[in-house]
Design a protein around this ligand. Structure first.
Ligand code: PHE
Length: 339
């Protein structure tokens, strides 16, 4: 029996050393140490031994059981360590590898000035409204006091889409859409794209951006217009900026003005940027024409208002000293990523 026990010990150890997986090891544990295992089977024969033999064999059997148990545990641990080492090896991060640089985007200069402009007018209580880029003649012209066949329609070379539709040539359509849906007091701005059939050159593009402003309430005067625009100009170009009004004409405002700001580059002395004028043309504005108010169901005897339209591309160009408007539309990342 002693021999049989030693054989089991040897067989178990040999089998364990050949086990390839944790499952194999576990199967061997069952095979040798389990309730129906080989060692147990031998111990069941203990009864046939003489009382003198029993203690020695019993002790040996216990020792062998402990030995095999230890061998199983050891083999199991070794396997786990190997697996862990293998995993760590696989998951190793080579910190000397160059990182992946994900390029950071930036805002387009026109978006930058638009966001600033929105913030400035919002701080003065204006809402931001939106309007369609495809408009009807009514919103782009007729309701803005430009009747059919009026020569003022030629002031802006419009892209017609047929069937009464056109690409809006100005954001002034927003005045009408706003007054149709809101009652005074009204204070809105409407930034957006506009389209004109202009030849492309350093200062013209068939697509450009404007921001319309509209205020309608009781007792609104040119003074309010000037105050709002002065505040705006100072926030954009600096606190020393001066604003001047020049008489002009727009069909939808009366009186109409062209608004200049003192040149931020030379402070008004005259330089290359302002072409020695000391002033830079910023926007068109005026008091909303009574006919426009009337077309929107607002009584011009009770209410008055002002409107203005700012060219956002020009704003971006003067602010960032960009020499050519085409740069804004060519989407050259080398240029755009500077802002
Ligand atoms: N819509 C005019 C233009 O595009 C600008 C403007 C807007 C003038 C509002 C007066 C009032 O030239």
């Amino acid at each position: 029996m002693k021999e049989q026990l030693e054989q089991i010990r040897a067989a178990a150890k040999q089998a364990l050393s050949g086990a390839a997986t944790g499952q194999d090891v576990d199967a061997l544990r069952v095979r040798f140490l389990g309730k129906k295992g080989e060692l147990t089977a031998i111990l069941k024969q203990m009864g046939s031994l003489s009382p003198a033999e029993r203690p020695a064999i019993g002790q040996l059997a216990n020792e062998i059981r402990a030995d095999i148990e230890q061998a199983v545990a050891q083999r199991m641990r070794a396997m786990q360590e190997k697996a862990t080492a293998h995993r760590l090896q696989r998951e190793t991060v080579d910190i000397t590898m160059p990182g992946k640089v994900s390029p950071q985007g930036c805002l387009h200069p026109v978006n930058l000035v638009t966001e600033d402009l929105i913030a400035i007018f919002q701080s003065m209580g204006f809402d931001v409204v939106d309007g369609p880029e495809v408009e009807t003649e009514y919103y782009n012209f007729t309701a803005l006091n430009v009747p059919q066949d009026h020569p003022a329609r030629d002031m802006q070379d419009t892209f017609f889409l047929g069937d009464d539709l056109l690409l809006r040539s100005q954001t002034s359509c927003a005045q009408i859409r706003t007054m149709e849906t809101r009652k005074p007091p009204i204070r809105v701005i409407c930034p957006g794209r506009v389209f004109r059939a202009d030849e492309v050159d350093a200062t013209h593009s068939p697509v450009f951006h404007q921001c319309e402003g509209l205020v309608v309430d009781k007792g609104i005067t040119m003074c309010n217009l000037k105050g709002v625009l002065e505040q705006f100009a100072r926030e954009i170009y600096g606190p020393e900026t001066k604003v001047r009004f020049r008489p002009s004409f727009f069909p939808f405002t009366e009186p109409s003005v062209e608004v200049d700001v003192s040149c931020a580059e030379c402070g008004g002395k005259g330089c290359r940027v302002c072409k020695d004028a000391g002033w830079i043309e910023l926007l068109g504005a005026g008091m909303v024409h009574p006919n426009v108010l009337r077309a929107c169901g607002i009584d011009p005897e009770v209410y008055s208002g002002f409107a203005f339209g700012i060219g956002l591309d020009r704003l971006a160009i003067t602010r960032y000293k960009i020499s050519d408007i085409r740069l804004l539309f060519e989407n050259d990342l080398r240029f755009l990523s500077q802002f």
